[in-house]
Design a binder for this molecule. Structure first.
Ligand code: AMP
Ligand code: ZN
Length: 440
């Protein structure tokens, strides 16, 4: 899709800071964060003491390596408030991520943390060319999930007109596109596809709406999916990344060059590690993203292992930003399926599905263990035209897709083409994998 947007900066000074100055700012903020965490959070004090490090030992950014990691279970063990570094009287907002198992992950914000959050989302939106002249249709879920209120406040900060629709009631959403004339759409990529489908079912065409920019994130998606959404909604899509543990959306976002997501690295310090050994990797290598908050007051996080697999490109971007860029996520180390010893990412399967014109990108991956052997089945919807044809045609497509999948994955996957609109749609993050193996 051709660029329809301008390269705008929300905070040019911060976003184009020269490397040497950035390092100075990062170190200063890291030292303050480490001190605050050590002095106010018993969990961090214990973890530092166990490793034999003290806040004073952080004399350069290199010393980050000496600090202990924080993992999701540490957050669960300290549920709900035990990791906060300020008294509750200073907390003005709480959010939570449902996660897949156990207790949710809780995020807390002081008034200043809210300012930082709005700032980083405003930067992300400006990088996609959003201004006060835009009308922002925000279909991320409102509530405990950080997506809804995060984009809401960020868009208000920019001065755009926000329509707080939240997820669901898809037909009404499309009606609002026609009546309120929004120019920017915020939601998960899977919900963007549901809305595209709804629009087509309602007979609403691209000329009836005026979306220009899409801010999509909160779940893994592929480049093929981006092209599909862009052509069906007539907009330019920008990948948005964040997590509750760090702040929510706003950790990183694409600019108009679409060559990775700029990490707001004056607020979040990124590292890459080998997920097996915990060893620090060079930028450019592929590994697990580890993030340290540099300015958060209520809930500082030190060396948080995100489980997200990516690479980092530190080269300055043609857009002028000097913030380092993380590439589209290949998936999460914990979403990766290991099928008969082969690593399989749902994104690889999605890539193959999106290349088939007879299929709709609505799918589910079912994994089962039969007689000690893992079996993978990909259920994917047919377009109406295919489903109306006779069975032999469906079988022919099934065979072709199965072959393409086997070539991409390196293992045999069973393909089942299911009727149009038979797979449950999601209003937020899609649930793509059903793992029926009892692996615990
Ligand atoms: P939550 O805290 O519930 O919002 O979940 C955060 C997680 O969602 C991250 O750790 C990622 O695994 C995933 N995520 C968020 N944004 C993206 C994105 N743009 N692409 C891929 N995965 C994402
Ligand atoms: Zn850029």
């Amino acid at each position: 899709m051709a660029n329809k947007t301008k390269n705008l900066f929300w905070n040019r000074e911060a976003e184009t800071m020269p490397a040497s100055e950035k390092k100075r700012v990062q170190l200063e903020r890291l030292q303050a964060t480490v001190k605050r965490a050590y002095e106010n959070v018993p969990f961090y004090r214990r973890a530092f003491d166990e490793k034999g490090v003290k806040p004073e030992d952080v004399k350069s950014l290199e010393d980050l390596k000496r600090l202990p990691f924080t993992v999701k279970n540490d957050l669960r063990d300290n549920y709900p408030y035990k990791l906060f570094a300020v008294p509750m009287s200073r907390v003005v907002r709480l959010h939570a991520s449902s996660g897949t198992t156990g207790k949710p992950i809780v995020g807390a914000y002081t008034r200043n943390d809210m300012e930082v959050w709005m700032e980083v989302i405003a930067r992300s939106m400006a990088a996609a060319g959003v201004t006060e002249d835009d009308i922002v249709h925000n279909a991320y879920g409102y509530g405990l999930f950080t997506g809804g209120l995060g984009f809401h406040y960020g868009a208000e900060k920019i001065g755009a007109s926000v329509v707080p629709v939240s997820g669901g009631l898809s037909k009404r959403q499309v009606m609002l596109w026609q009546d309120f004339r929004p120019t920017v759409l915020c939601c998960t990529p899977s919900y963007a596809l549901v809305l595209a489908e709804t629009m087509e079912e309602m007979g609403v065409g691209l000329n009836d709406i005026c979306l220009r920019v899409g801010l999509f994130g909160a779940e893994p998606w592929t480049d093929q999916m981006r092209r599909e959404i862009e052509s069906r909604l007539g907009l330019e899509a920008f990948n948005q990344f964040g997590l509750t543990e760090l702040i929510g959306p706003g950790v990183s976002a694409e600019c108009i060059c679409h060559n990775g997501m700029h990490i707001q690295d004056d607020h979040f310090l990124p590292e890459l590690i080998d997920p097996e050994t915990g060893e620090t990797l060079e930028y450019g290598q592929k590994g697990e993203l580890v993030l340290t908050s540099l300015t958060k007051e209520a809930f500082p996080v030190i060396r948080y292992r995100t489980k997200d697999i990516t690479t980092i490109d530190p080269e300055p971007c043609p857009c002028g930003r000097t913030t380092v860029r993380m590439m589209r996520l290949a998936g999460r180390s914990d979403d990766m399926l290991i099928i008969r010893g082969v690593n399989v990412f749902p994104s690889q399967i999605e890539g193959v599905i999106l290349e088939q014109k007879e299929l709709v990108p609505q799918y589910q991956i079912v994994v089962e263990r039969q007689r000690n052997l893992d079996q993978i089945e990909v259920q994917v919807e047919a377009v109406d035209e295919l489903y109306q044809k006779d069975e032999s045609e469906i079988l022919r497509v099934t065979g072709r897709v199965q072959k393409a999948l086997n070539q991409t994955l390196g293992i045999t996957a069973r393909v089942v083409i299911v009727p149009p609109r038979s797979i449950a749609r999601s209003e937020g993050k899609a649930r793509r994998v059903i793992d029926r193996r009892n692996l615990t």
